[in-house]
Design a protein around this ligand. Structure first.
Ligand code: PLP
Ligand code: COI
Length: 341
C-alpha cells in the first residue's frame, strides 16, 4: 500500500481531517446500516442532547504498520466493550460490539494510506464517538443518536516524546464516587479543561487527580492511568472504581507479569507513598507510556529517582515490549492483535 505524502516524524497529537469515516444513525429504536463518507461535518438540531446535556461518549484506539508490513489494531474488542459500558451508563443505545469491530475494519482499510509506516514514530489514531442528535429540552435521554468513527494520523501525545513529564497534584477533582469516572464520557473531559489549562499556565504538563472522597489516594491524570515501579521492581497501579479501566494499563500488567517476570499489584496507592517509588509512568493509547520525572505537591517537590533525562529501566522495558507487540516485533498474547485484511 502506497502511503500518503506526510512528514510522519513531525506529527504531534492533533486532528488532521483525512480520508473516510464511518457513520451510523439511531432512529425509531434501531441503528441504521453503517456507511463510509468523506463528509467531516455533522448537522444536528440546536436542541440535540449532546449540545444541551453532554450526552456523548467516545473511544480511542490505534492502527499500526507492523515490521512485516501488515496493518493491525490493538485489542479493539476491548474498546467495543468499553463503549458499550459507557453508553449504558449515559442512557445511549448500545452500538453493537460486532458492528463496532466491522467499523474498525472498514475505517482502517479505507484509510490505509494514512496508517503511518513502521518505524516512523507515528500511528493512526481512531476515534469512535457516540452522541445524541435528537432534540431534548427536559432532562432526559434523546431519541436519536449518531455513531461515528474517524481516523487521524498522530505523533506523540506529549511534546518532546519520551522526555519525562512534570506534573502537579491537582486541587480539582475529576470524578465523584458513584459518578462517571469509570466510563469514557465527554463530560469527564469537559470538566478537566479548566484544570489542565491552569496546570499548563503554571508550567506543569499534567494533573495528578486524587480520589474525591478522601483526597489521599492517587487516581489518574486527565487522559492516562498511572503505573508505579517500586524500589524492589514491583509494578503497582491504582485500584479505584472512579478511574477509566485503561486497556493499555491492563495490557501492561500482563506484559509485566508474563513477559518480564515482574510482580504486579493493583491496589490503592496513597499519595504519601509516591515519593518512595523508583519510576512513574502515565499509560494510555495516546500516552503509550510517558515517564514522569517530577511531581509538585503544593510547594513540595518529589523528584522521581529515574530523573529528568529519560525513562527508567523498567518503564523502558515495558514500553519496548508493549510497542514491540503492537508493531509485530514481539509475539502477542492470543487475541491481542487484530489484523486488517
Ligand atoms: N484514563 C483516561 C482518563 C483516559 O482518557 C484514557 C484514554 O483513553 C486512559 C486512561 C487510557 O486508556 P486506554 O489505555 O484504554 O487508552
Ligand atoms: C486516548 O488515549 O485514546 C484518549 O482518549 C486520551 C485522550 C486524552 C486523548
Amino acid at each position: 500500500m502506497k502511503k500518503a505524502d506526510i512528514d510522519w516524524g513531525s506529527l504531534g497529537f492533533g486532528y488532521m481531517p483525512v480520508g473516510k469515516r464511518y457513520v451510523a444513525d439511531y432512529k425509531d429504536g434501531a441503528w441504521s446500516e453503517g456507511y463510509l463518507t468523506e463528509d467531516t461535518n455533522v448537522v444536528i438540531s440546536e436542541c440535540a442532547g449532546v449540545l444541551q446535556y453532554a450526552q456523548t461518549c467516545f473511544e480511542g484506539l490505534k492502527a499500526y504498520t507492523t515490521s512485516d508490513g501488515r496493518t493491525v489494531t490493538f485489542r479493539p474488542d476491548l474498546n467495543a466493550a468499553r463503549i458499550k459500558d459507557s453508553a449504558e451508563r449515559l442512557r445511549i443505545p448500545v452500538f453493537p460490539e460486532e458492528k463496532f469491530m466491522e467499523a474498525v475494519d472498514m475505517v482502517v482499510k479505507a484509510n490505509e494510506e494514512f496508517v503511518p509506516p513502521f518505524g516512523s514514530g507515528a500511528t493512526l489514531y481512531i476515534r469512535p464517538v457516540l452522541f445524541a442528535t435528537g432534540p431534548v429540552i427536559g432532562v432526559k435521554p434523546a431519541q436519536e443518536y449518531q455513531f461515528r468513527m474517524f481516523a487521524t494520523p498522530v505523533g506523540p501525545y506529549f511534546k518532546g516524546g519520551v522526555k519525562p513529564l512534570t506534573i502537579r497534584v491537582c486541587d480539582y477533582d475529576r470524578a465523584a464516587p458513584h459518578g462517571t469516572g469509570h466510563i469514557k464520557a465527554g463530560l469527564n473531559y469537559a470538566m478537566s479543561l479548566y484544570a489542565i489549562d491552569d496546570a499548563h499556565e503554571k508550567g506543569f504538563d499534567e494533573n495528578m487527580y486524587l480520589d474525591a472522597a478522601t483526597r489521599t489516594n492517587v487516581e489518574e491524570t486527565g487522559g492516562a492511568n498511572f503505573l508505579f515501579i517500586t524500589k524492589d521492581n514491583k509494578v503497582v497501579t491504582p485500584k479505584s472504581g472512579t478511574i477509566l479501566p485503561s486497556i493499555t494499563r491492563r495490557s501492561l500488567m500482563v506484559v509485566a507479569k508474563e513477559y518480564l517476570g515482574l510482580e504486579v499489584e493493583e491496589r490503592e496507592v496513597p499519595l504519601s507513598e509516591v515519593s518512595e517509588m523508583a519510576e512513574i509512568g502515565l499509560c494510555g493509547t495516546a500516552a503509550v507510556i510517558s515517564p514522569v520525572g517530577r511531581i509538585f505537591d503544593h510547594g513540595k517537590e518529589i523528584c522521581v529517582p529515574s530523573g529528568m533525562d529519560g525513562m527508567g529501566p523498567v518503564t523502558k522495558k515495558l514500553y519496548d515490549t508493549l510497542t514491540g507487540i503492537q508493531m509485530g516485533v514481539i509475539e502477542a498474547p492470543a487475541g491481542w492483535i487484530h489484523e486488517i485484511k
